[in-house]
Design a protein around this ligand. Structure first.
Ligand SMILES: *[C@@H]1O[C@H](CO)[C@@H](O)[C@H](O)[C@H]1NC(C)=O
Ligand SMILES: *[C@@H]1O[C@H](CO)[C@@H](O)[C@H](O)[C@H]1NC(C)=O
Ligand SMILES: *[C@@H]1O[C@H](CO)[C@@H](O)[C@H](O)[C@H]1NC(C)=O
Length: 397
């Protein structure tokens, strides 16, 4: 028997451990119970704790905190007409309160469908921000717009109603939200949002040029330069259009679009466009091509934001379109998303490269000013952008 058990056999050491644990466990449990009790005492306010046995109806239980505190991660639909549920949004934060059918009907009629600004009136540029849930570069844009009231209008598609910025009356973004719906990357609802922005901006008959921007876009020049570039442009639109034979070009063509659109008419281009009033009205009143895109991208991501406008422009107004985008972006890193620029990459040299480092045609002449905006910049780049803006971009001349 002695020889059958080795001196330091695993069962015997396990048994020892078990013995120790048997002593330890009750004391540990007691300690945990004491901590829990302490936490419970600290959390409940004393009066409530004392009166908990008293079922006095004059002390109604408080609603859960989540129903009072605005939910930033999952905001309620910005435009909710049904009575139960979250409180209605504060309409003074909105440009208008029309839903999509009302809005599209309104802008299809005079005076909104007119292409020219009324005689003698000063034309405006509509800056349309298609954002997710924040405007991290807003301080730069505030500086950009400073001193130019009357020459621009701002529209924001987002669920920003809880955001302090749009609530502040001092902000240029105050009262500029449009009734918005959820937008998913690559889905056709991205185009719906773009049309909603265009239609909302058409409600102001002084708006003559319309530029789509994201929450990561920055201006590359000061307001006066961008304003005259757009207002004086002989081209109706800056929509990038190219034919790509690869998987992410022609490969995304759906045969269901035939015979309305053929694969030879199918085009690709950047989502970030700039159009004049004539093209804007044609886009919002398109009842042929857009519905076809909607039907062809019902269930899957179809990247309509990269194909609908380029294809529409290629078929309908090729001559009026410049064929290039005014928004600089870095695709050199490859993949489905362009390069992002953080703090150290923002240098005067880099800004100058984006401002003058390309060659293109502007009003029939060769030009080095091909991009007026750039993306993608994060909030980490803001400090340096604010620092360089006056010197490099000439914001305060
Ligand atoms: C709506 O917002 C404006 C400006 O932020 C504020 O003055 C007004 O009191 C708000 N109205 C309601 C009903 O909350
Ligand atoms: C457009 O160009 C003309 C002629 O070059 C100039 O006189 C005018 O001021 C420009 N308009 C804007 C808005 O910059
Ligand atoms: C804007 O920038 C241009 C150079 O791009 C400069 O000539 C002009 O004075 C600036 N205008 C204002 C109002 O700052």
């Amino acid at each position: 028997m002695k020889t059958s058990i080795p001196p330091l056999s695993p069962p015997s050491s396990l048994a020892k451990l078990f013995n120790r644990l048997r002593l330890l466990v009750p004391s540990l449990l007691l300690l945990i119970a004491a901590i829990l009790l302490l936490l419970l005492l600290l959390r409940s306010d004393p009066p409530h704790f004392i009166s908990s046995v008293n079922s006095n109806p004059s002390h109604p239980t408080r609603p859960p905190l989540s129903s009072i505190v605005p939910d930033h991660d999952h905001p309620a639909p910005a435009f909710n007409r049904s009575p139960p549920g979250p409180p209605k949004p504060n309409l003074s934060l909105f440009v208008h309160e029309m839903d999509d059918p009302e809005l599209l009907r309104a802008v299809s009629k005079p005076p909104y469908n007119a292409h020219r600004v009324p005689d003698g009136a000063v034309p405006k540029v509509a800056f349309m921000f298609l954002t997710r849930n924040a405007l991290p570069l807003a301080p730069l844009w505030e500086k950009f717009f400073e001193g130019h009231r009357g020459l621009y209008s701002i529209y924001v598609h987002s669920h920003l109603t809880n955001n302090n910025l749009v609530r502040s009356k001092q902000s240029v973004f105050h009262g500029r939200i449009i009734p918005s719906k959820v937008v998913k990357w690559g889905r056709v609802n991205m185009i719906e949002a773009e049309r909603r922005l265009l239609a909302s901006a058409l409600l102001d008959t002084l708006n003559q040029r319309f530029v789509l921007l994201s929450d990561s876009c920055i201006p590359l020049f000061n307001f006066s330069t961008i304003y005259s570039y757009l207002i004086n442009s002989t081209k109706s639109s800056y929509i990038e259009v190219y034919d790509s034979r690869g998987k992410t070009g022609r490969g995304r063509f759906r045969p269901i679009l035939k015979p309305l659109i053929t694969i030879r008419q199918w085009r690709k281009g950047s989502q970030w466009f700039e159009v004049d009033r004539y093209i804007a009205t044609r886009v919002v009143s398109d009842r042929t091509y857009f519905p076809a895109f909607q039907r062809s991208c019902k269930r899957k991501a179809c990247y309509a934001d990269e194909h609908y406008l380029p294809t529409f422009a290629n078929i309908k107004f090729r001559e009026r379109n410049a064929g290039r985008s005014l928004t600089w972006v870095d695709w050199t890193k490859g993949g489905a998303h362009p390069g992002r620029f953080v703090r150290p990459s923002v240098t005067p040299k880099f800004l100058e490269k984006m401002r003058f480092g390309s060659e293109c045609e502007y009003n029939g002449k060769k030009s080095h000013v091909c991009y007026l905006f750039a993306r993608k910049f994060t909030s980490h780049a803001l400090e340096r952008l604010l620092w360089f803006a006056p010197k490099v971009m000439r914001f305060d001349d």
